[in-house]
Design a protein around this ligand. Structure first.
Ligand code: PLP
Length: 427
């Protein structure tokens, strides 16, 4: 039960819950000070850090110096003088620490979609006698499109099944299992797969395990090494706050680095890029996962944003994420169910990432009406209001206030306003 504190309260299940109790949680929060590292507009409760993380205060000045000093004055010399050239590895090493990998197993480049294509084709080349890629039919669409295409190009087949049938599908594939490729935290419901158990089963069957960490990186302790994951990808613009379109990352376990052959070999992944040789020879190590020139400004913005994680314990982040999402679910049950909402996310915290999806027949209009009241979340097809709780800057009291405002939106039927029915290009 949330709360139980003092002050004006409404009664439910015999336990008093009050805004003061949430304020007390903020006073006790070991991460409370992190919020000051972010630019957050007044009057906004930002519950969409699972889509686009908030701006870290170090980023604007870093962008100014990168643009004016390094690009403007340094010009091309900055590839050497400002260490632009090594940024993919340097930032990759910082990300590695957040996903339980070694520094030389992660590199930053391209988008998640492109990196997934690279690792799936590379997986097929690592296991040329195996032909089945098992995936989850609820995976993010880009993952499904890329997997289908990668399979078509490598002469392999995709077995796309319901989340709870993944292990059965792997077992059905048996000796033909090439890889299981899954998103750790589901983009709609926040349902988590059991990375450790699934990876282990894939290995017992002789296959590989590929994980998409888009909704995990930076918000829960991922243990790629401990789970013996083979390959992984993820984006950096959600909980890692890299900014719109910031480059993604790719992980290759050290044991595969000598053999891996990715399908988009470019000059930045060459052993000697500036020898400009006619024939491709992959660079040693993770650098071979690079293709072309990095989106340098995005990479530098990401590097500056990662300072928000300096000395943060991911166990604290996870504990706060659980507290926030549990409190939200509890308040949703008590105050929002009567307005037609259902909780579409797992109720067991261990099985949930850091967002909560509420089902409602009028989810689109409700999301827009809520945004108009300053609570920013997003809508996901077919009927979900999706609210993300980024523990570095979302406060406990934001959970309380967001529910209050949502109740108000429902009581006043603000979602029926024609302006809130207008579909935006980005929902
Ligand atoms: C789970 C998942 N995978 C992949 C993507 C797409 O990544 P990108 O646009 O970097 O290719 C997203 C985007 O939200 C996502 O949620």
């Amino acid at each position: 039960m949330v709360g139980g504190g003092s002050g004006p309260a409404w009664q439910s299940g015999g336990v008093s819950v009050s805004r003061e109790a949430f304020e007390q949680r903020d006073r006790d929060d070991p991460l409370a000070g992190r919020r000051d590292l972010f630019v957050l507009p007044d009057g906004v409760i930002y519950l969409d850090g699972n889509s686009l993380g908030a701006l870290v205060r170090t980023v604007p000045e870093r962008m100014r110096s990168a643009v004016e000093d390094e690009w403007g004055s340094g010009l091309i010399r900055s590839w050497n003088d400002a260490d632009w050239y090594t940024a993919p590895q340097r930032v990759g090493a910082q990300l590695a620490a957040l996903v339980g990998a070694d520094a030389d197993e992660v590199i930053v480049c391209d988008s998640t979609s492109v990196n997934l294509f690279k690792v799936l084709v590379a997986a097929a080349r690592l296991e040329p006698t195996r032909r089945t890629i098992v995936t989850d039919e609820t995976t993010f669409p880009t993952d499904a499109y890329i997997t289908t295409e990668a399979a078509g190009l490598t002469g392999t087949v995709v077995s796309s099944v319901a989340s709870d049938e993944v292990v059965a599908a792997m077992e059905a594939a048996g000796e033909d299992l090439l890889a299981v490729s899954l998103t750790d935290v589901d983009y709609r419901t926040a349902r988590r797969h059991d990375m450790r158990a699934i990876t282990q089963r894939a290995h017992e069957l002789g296959g590989l395990a590929v994980w998409d960490l888009c909704h995990s990186a930076g918000v829960l302790p991922v243990d790629l090494a401990g789970c013996s994951v083979d390959l992984a990808v993820g984006c950096t613009y959600k909980y890692l706050n890299g900014g719109p379109g910031s480059p993604a990352f790719v992980f290759v376990a050290a044991r595969h680095l000598d053999a891996i052959q990715q399908p988009l070999p470019g000059w930045h992944g060459h052993a000697r890029p500036f020898a400009l040789e006619a024939a491709y020879e992959p660079a040693p190590g993770i650098v071979r996962m690079l293709s072309g020139t990095a989106p340098q400004l995005g990479l530098l913005a990401l590097e500056a944003a990662l300072t928000a994680y300096k000395d943060v314990a991911l166990d604290d982040v996870r504990a706060k994420s659980i507290a926030l999402t549990e409190a939200f679910i509890e308040l949703a049950d008590e105050r929002l169910a009567a307005h037609g909402f259902t909780v579409a996310s797992p109720r067991r915290s261990a099985e949930r990432g850091s967002h909560v999806a509420l089902g409602h027949d009028h989810a689109y209009g409700i999301t827009q009406a809520l945004i108009a009241r300053g609570v920013i979340g997003d809508f996901r097809e077919p009927n979900l209001v999706r609210l993300g709780f980024a523990p570095l800057y979302v406060r406990h009291v934001d959970v309380w206030d967001a529910v209050e405002l949502l109740v108000d939106v429902m009581e006043r039927e603000e979602w029926t306003d024609a302006a809130h029915q207008q579909r935006n290009a980005v929902t």
